[in-house]
Design a protein around this ligand. Structure first.
Ligand SMILES: [Zn+2]
Length: 113
């Protein structure tokens, strides 16, 4: 097994921590400042679809945050950069673009239907 480039790991850690801070801020802001509802009947339909979109975005952000936490945990555990499915090293270009990736490109494409 080949050791990860420490510089790549360090850069990934910075990316992950920055992204985690951003997502936490966004998620906390949405909780503290809920969308104010306007009473007008005509606007009701629009408001529903807007809040659904907000909900979906929020769920997406929560999933992404969990992926980021996982990436940071793998850095701590020293398993960062290893594919969780096949155990091979994930391509460095992939880790630079998506440091939260848990699978190599091959396994990721197999998972995708
Ligand atoms: Zn793999």
């Amino acid at each position: 097994m080949r050791a990860m480039d420490p510089k790549l790991v360090e850069n990934a850690r910075i990316t992950l921590e920055t992204e985690r801070a951003r997502l936490r801020l966004e998620l906390s802001e949405e909780v503290e400042h809920p969308r104010v509802s306007h009473g007008a009947q005509t606007a009701a339909a629009t408001e529903v679809s807007e809040s659904q979109r907000g909900q979906q975005m929020r769920e997406h952000e929560e999933v992404h945050l969990a992926q980021i936490e996982g990436g940071l945990q793998r850095i701590e555990a020293g398993t960062f950069g290893m594919c969780q499915s096949c155990g091979k090293a994930i391509a460095p270009e992939r880790l630079v673009a998506r440091p939260w990736a848990t699978d190599c490109v091959d396994c990721q494409s197999k998972k995708r239907r």
